[in-house]
Design a binder for this molecule. Sequence first.
Ligand code: NAD
Length: 396
Amino acid sequence: MIIKPRIRGFVCITAHPEGCAAKVAHEIAVARAAKQAGGPKRVLVIGASTGYGLSTRIAAAFGHEAATFGVFFERPSMKGKPASAGWYNSVAFEKAAHAEGLYAKSINGDAFSNEIKAQTIETLKADLGQVDLVVYSLASPRRTDPKDGETYKSCLKPTEGSYHNRSLDTDKGEVTEVTIEPATQEEIDHTVKVMGGEDWELWMQALAEADCLAEGAKSVAYSYIGPEITWPVYTNGTIGAAKKDVERAAAAISTAHRCEAYVAVNKAVVTQASSAIPVVPLYISILFKIMKAKGTHEDCIEQMVRLLNERLYRADNAAPELDDTGRIRIDDWEMDPTVQAEIAAIWPGIDSANLRERSDFDGYQANFLNLFGFGLPSVDYEAEAEVDLPLPSAGQ
Ligand code: NAD
Protein backbone atom coordinates (compact mmCIF):
# COMPACT_ATOMS: atom_id res chain seq x y z
CA MET A 1 0.00 0.00 0.00
CA ILE A 2 0.97 3.65 -0.29
CA ILE A 3 1.55 4.92 3.25
CA LYS A 4 1.16 8.56 4.26
CA PRO A 5 1.70 10.08 7.70
CA ARG A 6 -1.49 10.40 9.75
CA ILE A 7 -0.71 12.58 12.74
CA ARG A 8 -3.07 12.71 15.71
CA GLY A 9 -1.79 15.19 18.29
CA PHE A 10 1.64 13.98 19.39
CA VAL A 11 1.51 10.58 17.69
CA CYS A 12 1.56 9.44 14.11
CA ILE A 13 -0.73 6.43 13.69
CA THR A 14 0.99 5.19 10.54
CA ALA A 15 4.62 4.23 9.94
CA HIS A 16 6.64 3.57 6.80
CA PRO A 17 8.68 0.34 6.73
CA GLU A 18 11.27 1.56 4.25
CA GLY A 19 11.59 4.93 5.98
CA CYS A 20 12.14 3.22 9.33
CA ALA A 21 14.73 0.97 7.68
CA ALA A 22 16.49 4.03 6.21
CA LYS A 23 16.62 5.70 9.63
CA VAL A 24 17.99 2.51 11.23
CA ALA A 25 20.59 2.29 8.42
CA HIS A 26 21.66 5.85 9.17
CA GLU A 27 22.09 5.06 12.87
CA ILE A 28 24.05 1.90 12.01
CA ALA A 29 26.41 4.01 9.87
CA VAL A 30 26.97 6.42 12.78
CA ALA A 31 27.70 3.52 15.17
CA ARG A 32 30.05 1.81 12.68
CA ALA A 33 32.02 5.01 12.15
CA ALA A 34 32.63 5.16 15.92
CA LYS A 35 33.68 1.51 16.28
CA GLN A 36 35.79 0.99 19.38
CA ALA A 37 37.54 -2.13 20.70
CA GLY A 38 36.27 -3.63 23.93
CA GLY A 39 32.81 -2.75 25.17
CA PRO A 40 29.81 -4.96 25.84
CA LYS A 41 29.52 -8.32 24.08
CA ARG A 42 26.15 -9.71 25.22
CA VAL A 43 23.51 -7.08 25.75
CA LEU A 44 19.88 -7.15 26.89
CA VAL A 45 17.92 -4.01 25.96
CA ILE A 46 14.53 -3.55 27.59
CA GLY A 47 12.67 -0.96 25.48
CA ALA A 48 14.74 -1.71 22.36
CA SER A 49 12.54 -0.64 19.47
CA THR A 50 12.58 3.18 19.40
CA GLY A 51 14.38 6.20 20.87
CA TYR A 52 17.25 5.72 23.28
CA GLY A 53 16.83 1.95 23.67
CA LEU A 54 17.00 1.30 19.91
CA SER A 55 20.06 3.53 19.58
CA THR A 56 21.81 1.78 22.48
CA ARG A 57 21.14 -1.54 20.78
CA ILE A 58 22.55 -0.22 17.49
CA ALA A 59 25.59 1.35 19.20
CA ALA A 60 26.36 -1.94 21.01
CA ALA A 61 25.87 -4.16 17.95
CA PHE A 62 27.51 -2.09 15.26
CA GLY A 63 30.02 -0.19 17.40
CA HIS A 64 31.11 -3.16 19.57
CA GLU A 65 29.97 -6.27 17.66
CA ALA A 66 27.70 -7.21 20.55
CA ALA A 67 25.04 -9.91 20.50
CA THR A 68 21.80 -8.17 21.41
CA PHE A 69 18.46 -9.30 22.76
CA GLY A 70 15.65 -6.73 22.56
CA VAL A 71 12.37 -6.51 24.49
CA PHE A 72 9.66 -4.12 23.33
CA PHE A 73 5.90 -3.66 23.01
CA GLU A 74 4.98 -2.89 19.41
CA ARG A 75 2.08 -3.40 17.03
CA PRO A 76 2.67 -5.76 14.11
CA SER A 77 0.76 -5.17 10.88
CA MET A 78 -2.86 -6.28 11.20
CA LYS A 79 -5.63 -6.46 8.59
CA GLY A 80 -3.38 -4.81 6.00
CA LYS A 81 -2.62 -1.78 8.20
CA PRO A 82 0.97 -0.65 8.79
CA ALA A 83 2.78 -1.91 11.88
CA SER A 84 4.14 0.58 14.43
CA ALA A 85 7.46 2.31 13.80
CA GLY A 86 9.19 0.31 16.54
CA TRP A 87 8.16 -2.91 14.82
CA TYR A 88 9.66 -1.82 11.48
CA ASN A 89 12.78 -0.48 13.24
CA SER A 90 13.29 -3.87 14.89
CA VAL A 91 12.76 -5.78 11.64
CA ALA A 92 15.36 -3.56 9.95
CA PHE A 93 17.77 -3.81 12.87
CA GLU A 94 17.60 -7.62 13.03
CA LYS A 95 18.06 -7.96 9.25
CA ALA A 96 21.14 -5.74 9.32
CA ALA A 97 22.59 -7.50 12.38
CA HIS A 98 22.04 -10.96 10.88
CA ALA A 99 23.63 -9.84 7.59
CA GLU A 100 26.69 -8.87 9.63
CA GLY A 101 26.73 -12.26 11.41
CA LEU A 102 25.62 -10.73 14.72
CA TYR A 103 23.22 -12.47 17.10
CA ALA A 104 19.98 -10.47 17.37
CA LYS A 105 16.72 -11.77 18.77
CA SER A 106 13.70 -9.92 20.12
CA ILE A 107 10.54 -10.47 22.13
CA ASN A 108 7.44 -8.38 21.54
CA GLY A 109 5.32 -8.19 24.70
CA ASP A 110 4.76 -6.49 28.05
CA ALA A 111 8.15 -6.12 29.76
CA PHE A 112 6.39 -5.47 33.08
CA SER A 113 4.92 -8.99 33.10
CA ASN A 114 6.44 -12.09 34.71
CA GLU A 115 5.82 -14.04 31.48
CA ILE A 116 7.98 -11.81 29.27
CA LYS A 117 10.76 -11.78 31.89
CA ALA A 118 10.66 -15.60 32.05
CA GLN A 119 10.63 -16.01 28.25
CA THR A 120 13.52 -13.57 27.86
CA ILE A 121 15.60 -15.34 30.48
CA GLU A 122 14.88 -18.76 29.00
CA THR A 123 16.14 -17.64 25.57
CA LEU A 124 19.12 -15.77 27.02
CA LYS A 125 20.20 -18.83 29.00
CA ALA A 126 19.90 -21.09 25.98
CA ASP A 127 21.56 -18.75 23.48
CA LEU A 128 23.99 -16.47 25.33
CA GLY A 129 24.28 -17.94 28.83
CA GLN A 130 24.82 -14.58 30.47
CA VAL A 131 24.75 -10.88 29.60
CA ASP A 132 27.32 -8.24 30.50
CA LEU A 133 25.10 -5.19 29.93
CA VAL A 134 21.41 -4.66 30.72
CA VAL A 135 19.88 -1.47 29.32
CA TYR A 136 16.58 -0.36 30.84
CA SER A 137 14.92 2.14 28.47
CA LEU A 138 11.18 1.76 28.92
CA ALA A 139 8.85 4.72 28.52
CA SER A 140 5.27 3.72 29.14
CA PRO A 141 2.06 5.48 30.18
CA ARG A 142 0.88 2.46 32.23
CA ARG A 143 2.05 -0.63 34.03
CA THR A 144 0.19 -3.66 35.31
CA ASP A 145 1.92 -4.82 38.48
CA PRO A 146 2.33 -8.61 38.15
CA LYS A 147 2.08 -8.98 41.95
CA ASP A 148 -1.52 -7.84 42.29
CA GLY A 149 -2.71 -7.39 38.69
CA GLU A 150 -3.47 -3.71 39.34
CA THR A 151 -2.87 -1.29 36.47
CA TYR A 152 -1.22 2.04 37.29
CA LYS A 153 -1.14 5.09 35.03
CA SER A 154 1.63 7.67 34.92
CA CYS A 155 1.00 11.38 34.46
CA LEU A 156 3.07 14.48 33.71
CA LYS A 157 2.12 17.03 36.34
CA PRO A 158 3.80 19.38 38.79
CA THR A 159 3.81 18.41 42.44
CA GLU A 160 4.30 21.82 44.05
CA GLY A 161 1.37 24.03 42.98
CA SER A 162 0.05 24.70 39.50
CA TYR A 163 2.44 25.37 36.63
CA HIS A 164 1.96 27.93 33.91
CA ASN A 165 4.24 28.38 30.91
CA ARG A 166 4.56 28.62 27.16
CA SER A 167 4.03 25.43 25.21
CA LEU A 168 3.80 24.40 21.58
CA ASP A 169 0.93 23.05 19.54
CA THR A 170 3.13 20.96 17.25
CA ASP A 171 0.21 20.21 14.88
CA LYS A 172 -0.55 23.86 14.20
CA GLY A 173 2.91 25.30 14.79
CA GLU A 174 1.51 27.72 17.36
CA VAL A 175 3.03 28.86 20.62
CA THR A 176 0.38 28.44 23.29
CA GLU A 177 0.04 28.86 27.04
CA VAL A 178 -0.44 25.89 29.30
CA THR A 179 -1.56 25.60 32.91
CA ILE A 180 -1.22 22.28 34.66
CA GLU A 181 -2.75 21.65 38.06
CA PRO A 182 -0.65 19.80 40.63
CA ALA A 183 -0.82 16.04 40.98
CA THR A 184 -2.47 14.34 43.89
CA GLN A 185 -0.33 12.10 46.10
CA GLU A 186 -1.98 9.09 44.41
CA GLU A 187 -0.96 10.37 40.97
CA ILE A 188 2.62 10.84 42.16
CA ASP A 189 2.68 7.32 43.63
CA HIS A 190 1.22 5.79 40.47
CA THR A 191 3.74 7.57 38.23
CA VAL A 192 6.54 6.20 40.43
CA LYS A 193 4.97 2.75 40.10
CA VAL A 194 5.08 3.00 36.28
CA MET A 195 8.27 4.95 35.54
CA GLY A 196 10.22 4.40 38.78
CA GLY A 197 12.86 1.76 39.45
CA GLU A 198 10.75 -1.14 40.74
CA ASP A 199 10.47 -2.98 37.43
CA TRP A 200 14.19 -2.48 36.67
CA GLU A 201 14.93 -4.09 40.05
CA LEU A 202 12.58 -6.99 39.24
CA TRP A 203 14.37 -7.58 35.94
CA MET A 204 17.81 -7.53 37.60
CA GLN A 205 16.64 -9.81 40.39
CA ALA A 206 15.19 -12.32 37.90
CA LEU A 207 18.37 -12.23 35.80
CA ALA A 208 20.57 -12.69 38.89
CA GLU A 209 18.47 -15.58 40.22
CA ALA A 210 18.78 -17.31 36.85
CA ASP A 211 22.58 -16.72 36.90
CA CYS A 212 22.27 -14.62 33.74
CA LEU A 213 24.46 -11.72 34.92
CA ALA A 214 28.11 -12.09 33.92
CA GLU A 215 30.87 -11.28 36.43
CA GLY A 216 31.24 -7.47 36.48
CA ALA A 217 28.02 -6.92 34.54
CA LYS A 218 26.78 -3.35 34.09
CA SER A 219 23.29 -1.98 33.85
CA VAL A 220 22.02 1.45 32.90
CA ALA A 221 18.64 3.23 33.04
CA TYR A 222 17.94 6.65 31.56
CA SER A 223 16.91 9.92 33.09
CA TYR A 224 16.52 13.59 32.21
CA ILE A 225 17.07 16.86 34.06
CA GLY A 226 16.84 19.72 31.55
CA PRO A 227 16.47 23.46 32.08
CA GLU A 228 14.87 25.23 35.03
CA ILE A 229 11.84 26.27 32.93
CA THR A 230 10.74 22.63 32.75
CA TRP A 231 11.68 21.66 36.32
CA PRO A 232 8.20 22.21 37.81
CA VAL A 233 6.66 19.80 35.29
CA TYR A 234 9.64 17.45 34.88
CA THR A 235 12.42 17.22 37.47
CA ASN A 236 10.24 18.44 40.35
CA GLY A 237 7.07 16.92 38.92
CA THR A 238 5.57 13.43 38.94
CA ILE A 239 8.08 12.06 36.40
CA GLY A 240 10.96 13.56 38.42
CA ALA A 241 9.70 11.65 41.46
CA ALA A 242 9.82 8.48 39.38
CA LYS A 243 13.35 9.29 38.18
CA LYS A 244 14.49 9.78 41.81
CA ASP A 245 13.17 6.29 42.44
CA VAL A 246 15.23 5.01 39.49
CA GLU A 247 18.32 6.49 41.21
CA ARG A 248 17.36 4.66 44.42
CA ALA A 249 17.01 1.46 42.38
CA ALA A 250 20.46 1.88 40.81
CA ALA A 251 22.09 1.88 44.25
CA ALA A 252 19.94 -1.06 45.41
CA ILE A 253 20.76 -3.11 42.28
CA SER A 254 24.53 -2.45 42.59
CA THR A 255 24.48 -3.67 46.18
CA ALA A 256 22.12 -6.62 45.75
CA HIS A 257 23.62 -8.12 42.60
CA ARG A 258 27.27 -7.04 42.77
CA CYS A 259 27.01 -5.32 39.39
CA GLU A 260 27.54 -1.71 38.33
CA ALA A 261 24.10 -0.14 37.92
CA TYR A 262 24.01 3.45 36.67
CA VAL A 263 21.55 6.17 35.85
CA ALA A 264 22.61 8.08 32.73
CA VAL A 265 21.14 11.53 32.29
CA ASN A 266 20.58 11.95 28.55
CA LYS A 267 19.87 15.07 26.51
CA ALA A 268 16.44 16.10 25.25
CA VAL A 269 15.67 14.54 21.86
CA VAL A 270 12.51 14.07 19.83
CA THR A 271 11.03 10.66 20.64
CA GLN A 272 7.51 9.35 20.98
CA ALA A 273 7.88 9.77 24.75
CA SER A 274 9.26 13.34 24.79
CA SER A 275 6.76 14.71 22.29
CA ALA A 276 3.99 13.99 24.82
CA ILE A 277 5.50 16.21 27.54
CA PRO A 278 4.04 19.73 27.82
CA VAL A 279 6.52 22.61 27.19
CA VAL A 280 9.34 20.22 26.16
CA PRO A 281 8.74 20.35 22.34
CA LEU A 282 9.09 24.18 22.41
CA TYR A 283 12.27 23.92 24.49
CA ILE A 284 13.66 21.21 22.14
CA SER A 285 12.93 23.39 19.07
CA ILE A 286 14.99 26.25 20.56
CA LEU A 287 17.68 23.87 21.83
CA PHE A 288 18.12 22.36 18.35
CA LYS A 289 18.68 25.78 16.79
CA ILE A 290 21.36 26.68 19.30
CA MET A 291 23.14 23.33 19.40
CA LYS A 292 23.12 23.05 15.59
CA ALA A 293 24.69 26.52 15.36
CA LYS A 294 27.36 25.50 17.88
CA GLY A 295 28.00 22.18 16.08
CA THR A 296 27.08 20.19 19.19
CA HIS A 297 23.67 18.91 18.04
CA GLU A 298 23.13 15.20 18.75
CA ASP A 299 20.32 12.73 18.24
CA CYS A 300 19.82 9.45 20.15
CA ILE A 301 22.52 7.53 18.29
CA GLU A 302 25.29 10.09 18.84
CA GLN A 303 24.34 10.23 22.52
CA MET A 304 24.42 6.46 22.90
CA VAL A 305 27.75 6.11 21.06
CA ARG A 306 29.20 8.63 23.51
CA LEU A 307 27.61 6.83 26.46
CA LEU A 308 29.22 3.51 25.52
CA ASN A 309 32.55 4.77 24.20
CA GLU A 310 33.29 7.63 26.57
CA ARG A 311 31.44 6.70 29.75
CA LEU A 312 30.51 3.03 30.30
CA TYR A 313 33.32 1.37 28.27
CA ARG A 314 36.13 3.90 28.08
CA ALA A 315 39.16 2.97 26.01
CA ASP A 316 41.35 3.45 29.13
CA ASN A 317 39.05 1.13 31.14
CA ALA A 318 38.49 3.87 33.73
CA ALA A 319 35.20 4.02 35.61
CA PRO A 320 32.74 6.62 34.28
CA GLU A 321 32.86 10.06 35.83
CA LEU A 322 29.77 10.68 37.95
CA ASP A 323 28.09 13.86 39.14
CA ASP A 324 27.68 14.67 42.83
CA THR A 325 24.62 12.44 43.09
CA GLY A 326 26.28 9.51 41.33
CA ARG A 327 24.79 9.87 37.84
CA ILE A 328 26.48 9.63 34.45
CA ARG A 329 25.99 12.91 32.58
CA ILE A 330 25.70 12.68 28.80
CA ASP A 331 23.53 15.80 28.77
CA ASP A 332 26.71 17.85 29.29
CA TRP A 333 26.50 19.67 25.93
CA GLU A 334 22.80 20.48 26.40
CA MET A 335 23.45 21.83 29.88
CA ASP A 336 26.45 23.92 28.76
CA PRO A 337 25.78 27.28 30.49
CA THR A 338 26.24 29.22 27.23
CA VAL A 339 23.56 27.05 25.52
CA GLN A 340 21.19 27.47 28.44
CA ALA A 341 21.77 31.25 28.60
CA GLU A 342 20.84 31.59 24.92
CA ILE A 343 17.65 29.59 25.45
CA ALA A 344 16.73 31.66 28.50
CA ALA A 345 17.16 34.82 26.39
CA ILE A 346 14.92 33.52 23.57
CA TRP A 347 12.21 31.95 25.77
CA PRO A 348 10.26 35.02 26.98
CA GLY A 349 9.88 36.56 23.49
CA ILE A 350 9.01 33.51 21.42
CA ASP A 351 5.55 33.46 19.84
CA SER A 352 3.73 31.90 16.90
CA ALA A 353 4.88 34.64 14.52
CA ASN A 354 8.62 34.30 15.21
CA LEU A 355 8.67 30.56 16.06
CA ARG A 356 10.47 29.52 12.87
CA GLU A 357 13.00 32.33 13.10
CA ARG A 358 13.89 31.92 16.78
CA SER A 359 13.74 28.14 16.98
CA ASP A 360 14.36 25.13 14.79
CA PHE A 361 10.70 24.11 14.72
CA ASP A 362 11.15 22.85 11.14
CA GLY A 363 13.94 20.60 12.41
CA TYR A 364 11.70 19.44 15.26
CA GLN A 365 8.90 18.54 12.84
CA ALA A 366 11.24 16.77 10.44
CA ASN A 367 12.70 14.80 13.34
CA PHE A 368 9.18 13.88 14.52
CA LEU A 369 8.19 12.61 11.05
CA ASN A 370 11.47 10.66 10.82
CA LEU A 371 10.47 8.75 13.98
CA PHE A 372 7.72 7.13 11.93
CA GLY A 373 9.80 6.64 8.81
CA PHE A 374 8.55 9.71 6.93
CA GLY A 375 10.55 12.49 5.29
CA LEU A 376 13.62 10.35 4.54
CA PRO A 377 15.17 11.57 1.26
CA SER A 378 16.08 8.06 0.03
CA VAL A 379 12.49 6.74 0.19
CA ASP A 380 9.91 6.89 -2.59
CA TYR A 381 6.71 7.60 -0.69
CA GLU A 382 4.57 7.31 -3.82
CA ALA A 383 5.58 3.66 -4.29
CA GLU A 384 3.69 0.68 -2.92
CA ALA A 385 5.19 -0.58 0.35
CA GLU A 386 4.85 -4.07 1.82
CA VAL A 387 3.37 -3.53 5.29
CA ASP A 388 3.31 -7.08 6.67
CA LEU A 389 6.93 -7.71 7.62
CA PRO A 390 7.72 -10.50 10.10
CA LEU A 391 10.45 -10.13 12.72
CA PRO A 392 13.35 -12.17 11.33
CA SER A 393 14.08 -13.79 14.72
CA ALA A 394 10.47 -14.84 15.33
CA GLY A 395 10.22 -18.60 15.48
CA GLN A 396 14.01 -19.11 15.54
P1 NAD B 1 10.48 5.81 23.40
O1 NAD B 1 9.02 6.04 23.51
O2 NAD B 1 11.15 6.15 22.11
O3 NAD B 1 10.81 4.25 23.69
C1 NAD B 1 10.13 3.51 24.64
C2 NAD B 1 10.46 2.02 24.48
O4 NAD B 1 9.77 1.31 25.54
C3 NAD B 1 9.98 1.39 23.17
O5 NAD B 1 10.93 0.43 22.73
C4 NAD B 1 8.68 0.68 23.56
O6 NAD B 1 8.33 -0.43 22.75
C5 NAD B 1 9.07 0.22 24.96
N1 NAD B 1 7.92 -0.08 25.81
C6 NAD B 1 6.96 0.76 26.29
N2 NAD B 1 6.11 0.07 27.08
C7 NAD B 1 6.55 -1.21 27.11
C8 NAD B 1 6.11 -2.39 27.74
N3 NAD B 1 5.04 -2.42 28.54
N4 NAD B 1 6.80 -3.54 27.52
C9 NAD B 1 7.88 -3.57 26.70
N5 NAD B 1 8.35 -2.48 26.08
C10 NAD B 1 7.70 -1.31 26.29
O7 NAD B 1 11.13 6.54 24.64
P2 NAD B 1 12.54 7.27 24.91
O8 NAD B 1 12.32 8.73 24.82
O9 NAD B 1 13.65 6.63 24.16
O10 NAD B 1 12.69 6.96 26.47
C11 NAD B 1 13.49 5.92 26.98
C12 NAD B 1 14.09 6.37 28.30
O11 NAD B 1 14.94 7.50 28.07
C13 NAD B 1 13.03 6.83 29.33
O12 NAD B 1 13.46 6.43 30.61
C14 NAD B 1 13.10 8.35 29.21
O13 NAD B 1 12.67 9.01 30.38
C15 NAD B 1 14.59 8.54 28.97
N6 NAD B 1 14.98 9.86 28.42
C16 NAD B 1 14.36 10.37 27.31
C17 NAD B 1 14.73 11.63 26.85
C18 NAD B 1 14.08 12.25 25.63
O14 NAD B 1 14.28 13.44 25.38
N7 NAD B 1 13.32 11.49 24.86
C19 NAD B 1 15.77 12.35 27.48
C20 NAD B 1 16.40 11.78 28.57
C21 NAD B 1 15.99 10.52 29.03
